[in-house]
Design a protein around this ligand. Structure first.
Ligand code: AN7
Length: 372
């Protein structure tokens, strides 16, 4: 089998990449689709529940899928510098891919509000890091203004190459399951990813027409890709940062899941279209519920994701229990980022005892037995 060299090579015929472009890749994509074994039992319903573990991308989040495309295109256009606003993962990814390409990156982040691992990444990859006394939405407004007049390429998801790269996650899932899932659950912040998955499923379904269980050869919708059993897209938000639940932009968003602390999503219309066309829905969760889901994945399945990612599993479980997702369904949740991104929150919320004792045999033996 050929060596895996990233998602552009793998899905090249479905991506807008110039034939002679220098591909800027770190081997992103091709992430595991893991079937959960222990958690589904606690829902009391018989479902096939999978997680797409995007934390295993090169910089630890799904952003690398879009960034390989955006930076490849920027380099192909002769750009010397890229710019983004970020809650942390976009900046980590932009910094890494810019370093790989040998160009400059500048990242605008909300002061004190990005996880430590993400800040460390931007710094190590040599980004110009600007912390603003404001939130992500303020940063987004600023970078759009700067990019309109300065010779820099904006690599937030308003850059269409980003969503093109991110749609490949849906391709991988269909390739692996042999069909689209019935439901796809995602955290929603800036709303680019839910839009990208919907694009990916829609494009792929058009290519892989298959019988649906409700119709026969005479059915007038049979060749309609949207009717051809595409997944319903379920978007989950933190209650303090839930513009899709409020039906309007939110000022001053707040949540422990700093990745999705976003009140003015840039892909507002696209995400509504994904939800409406797929007959999906949005729902919201408290910070407490988000952290409980993160802990449960780590404790019951051995999978460590960041808080924002865990909201997809919190959502799937609640909707399975409530039978909004019916028994017999195949469900995929995207775990967007790795748990190691945000060690502070993990340690602060963990209830696992860490016992300190002197380094002698009897004391250590007793401490082990006492804590088993
Ligand atoms: C782990 O890095 O917006 O709805 O600036 O890092 O496509 O925005 C991150 C978003 C979910 C939300 N999970 O995805 C940024 C940024 C994680 C994330 C989202 C983000 P979108």
């Amino acid at each position: 089998m050929a060596r895996y060299t990233g998602l552009i090579e793998r899905y090249r015929e479905r991506l807008p990449v110039a034939a002679d472009a220098r591909i800027i890749t770190l081997g992103e994509g091709n992430t595991p689709l893991i079937r959960l074994e222990n958690i589904p039992g606690s829902t009391g319903k018989d479902v096939e529940l999978y997680v797409k573990y995007e934390g295993l991308n090169p910089t630890g989040s799904f952003k690398d899928r879009g960034m390989t495309m955006a930076i490849t295109q920027a380099v192909n256009e002769g750009s010397q510098a890229v710019l983004c606003a970020s809650t942390g993962n976009t900046s980590a990814s932009a910094a890494a891919y810019a370093a790989r390409a040998g160009i400059t990156s500048c990242v605008i982040i909300p002061e004190g509000k990005i996880a430590m691992g993400k800040l460390a990444q931007a710094m190590m990859h040599g980004a110009v890091v600007i912390q603003i006394e404001g939130n992500f939405d303020d940063g987004m407004g600023l970078v759009k203004e700067i990019a309109a007049e300065a010779p820099v390429t904006l690599v937030n998801s308003v850059n269409p190459y980003r969503l093109q790269g991110q749609k490949t996650a849906a391709f991988e899932i269909v390739d692996e399951l042999g069909r689209p899932p019935d439901f796809h659950c995602l955290p929603v912040g800036n709303a680019g990813n839910i839009s990208a998955y919907w694009t990916g499923y829609s494009e792929y379904a058009g290519l892989t027409t298959r019988a649906c269980s409700f119709c026969d050869d005479q059915c007038p919708y049979r060749s309609d890709p949207v009717a051809d059993r595409l997944p319903r897209m379920l978007g989950y938000q933190a209650s303090g940062a839930a513009p899709f639940l409020r039906g309007e932009m939110v000022e001053g968003p707040e949540t422990v899941a700093s990745a999705i602390r976003i009140g003015r999503p840039q892909s507002w219309d696209l995400a509504w279209a994904a939800s409406r066309e797929s007959e999906g829905w949005f729902a919201e969760f408290s910070d407490e519920d988000i952290l409980a889901a993160q802990a449960m994945l780590a404790d019951k399945e051995g999978i460590f994701c960041e808080p924002a990612s865990a909201i997809s599993v919190a959502g799937a479980m609640r909707d399975i229990k409530a039978a909004r997702i019916p028994a017999g369904s195949t469900v995929v949740c995207t775990l967007t980022g790795h748990g190691l991104k945000d060690p502070d929150i993990a340690i602060r919320q963990s209830r696992a005892p860490v016992t300190k004792v002197s380094a002698d045999l009897d004391t250590v033996k007793k401490a082990i037995l006492d804590n088993m």
